[in-house]
Design a protein around this ligand. Structure first.
Ligand SMILES: NC(=O)c1ccc[n+]([C@@H]2O[C@H](COP(=O)([O-])OP(=O)(O)OC[C@H]3O[C@@H](n4cnc5c(N)ncnc54)[C@H](OP(=O)(O)O)[C@@H]3O)[C@@H](O)[C@H]2O)c1
Length: 231
């Protein structure tokens, strides 16, 4: 892939940070966002990418991030909608306000930021948008009304954008990881070599982006081969 301009949301740790590292190492220009200034500074100093403190649930922040990308890189070629988290609760006991707040990040923030980036991509008749959904958006489970609902929404939205943007030469890929050993859900410190790591999902995304532009991978589910094995 020639040198491209990446905007990665939720790049302060986990999958987003691993992708930022791989993209920067491959010579791409990279801007990452996140809310935690300490983690952002760490990613910036470790990888050399430009880190912007911004909440994807804020329209003002999204406007500022896009303006920053235009000022710093001249635009955006690759938008990675990765920022997200899980609120879990069983029906009958759910905090619906917590679900709404989570949708502001996982769904409405993703739509708002993309809504601001797509006009730039249409002008250049080129672009890649990668939405990080989840296998939770492919199969329902107990306590997953809110989180699975948000990721099913991301998968459906991805299909809508494919219908709208393929004629403009813009690819939309929805990546659905199974369990990945990150700080997601506060579960730090896991290290089972048979389960997925953040760099596996980053590598999957880079592989999709590396396909010739005539090739679109619309959706990719990523599982560990044998996560039940304990070493
Ligand atoms: N780990 C898994 O098992 C798994 C499986 C399937 C899908 N996923 C999805 O993969 C994506 C990345 O998850 P991860 O595993 O890398 O989790 P993680 O380690 O918790 O990282 C999440 C990232 O999102 C950022 N973020 C969260 N809310 C944000 C907001 N409102 N605005 C900007 N940034 C925000 C966080 O940064 P700040 O805290 O600094 O804002 C952090 O950089 C998520 O969409 C998640 O749903 C994860």
């Amino acid at each position: 892939m020639p040198q491209r301009r990446f905007l990665i949301t939720g790049g302060s740790q986990g999958i987003g940070a691993a992708l930022a590292e791989q993209a920067a190492a491959a010579g791409h220009a990279v801007v990452v966002t996140g809310r935690d200034p300490r983690r952002l500074a760490d990613v910036a100093s470790r990888t050399g990418v430009h880190a912007v403190q911004a909440d994807v649930a804020s329209g003002d922040d999204n406007a500022r991030v896009v303006a920053d990308c235009v000022a710093r890189m001249g635009g955006v070629d690759v938008l990675i909608n990765n920022a997200g988290y899980a609120y879990r609760g069983e029906i009958g006991t759910m905090d619906v306000d917590a679900m709404r707040t989570m949708f502001e990040t996982n769904v409405f923030g993703l739509v708002d930021l993309t809504n601001r980036v797509v006009p730039l991509m249409k002008t250049q008749a080129d672009g890649d948008i990668v939405n990080v959904a989840s296998t939770s958006g492919m199969k329902g489970a107990a306590t997953a009304t809110a989180y699975a609902g948000s990721k099913w929404a991301v998968r459906g939205i991805s299909q809508c954008w494919q219908a709208e943007l393929r004629p403009h030469g813009i690819r939309v890929t929805c990546v659905c990881p199974s369990e990945v050993q990150t700080s997601f859900g506060g579960r730090t410190g896991r290290n089972n070599p048979n389960k997925l790591y953040a760099e596996d999902i980053a590598g999957t995304i880079i592989a999709a982006l590396n396909m010739p532009r005539r090739v679109l991978w619309p959706e990719l589910a990523v599982f560990a081969t044998n996560p039940w094995k304990e070493d």
